[in-house]
Design a protein around this ligand. Structure first.
Ligand SMILES: [Zn+2]
Length: 68
C-alpha cells in the first residue's frame, strides 16, 4: 500500500475518532453563551444567530458520522 495513502487513512481515523468523542466546536460569535446582546438597547438580548442559540457548531467530521 502507498505509504502516503496509509498516512492519510490514519489521519482520517484519528480525526473521526476525535469527532466521535468531541463533536462540537464553540461558537465564535457568542463564545458559548448562546446569546447576543443589543448594543442599542441596554439589557436586550436574543439567541445568537451564528449558532442559532446552540452555543456551538457541529464539526464537519461529526456531521459526517451522523452526530448533530
Ligand atoms: Zn453563537
Amino acid at each position: 500500500m502507498d505509504p502516503i495513502l496509509l498516512l492519510a487513512l490514519i489521519a482520517a481515523a484519528v480525526y473521526l475518532g476525535s469527532c466521535a468523542r468531541h463533536p462540537y466546536r464553540p461558537c465564535k460569535s457568542c463564545g458559548r453563551s448562546k446569546e447576543t446582546r443589543s448594543q442599542l438597547f441596554k439589557g436586550a438580548f436574543g439567541a445568537c444567530r451564528g449558532c442559532r442559540g446552540r452555543g456551538h457548531y457541529v464539526r464537519w467530521g461529526a456531521r459526517l458520522i451522523g452526530k448533530s
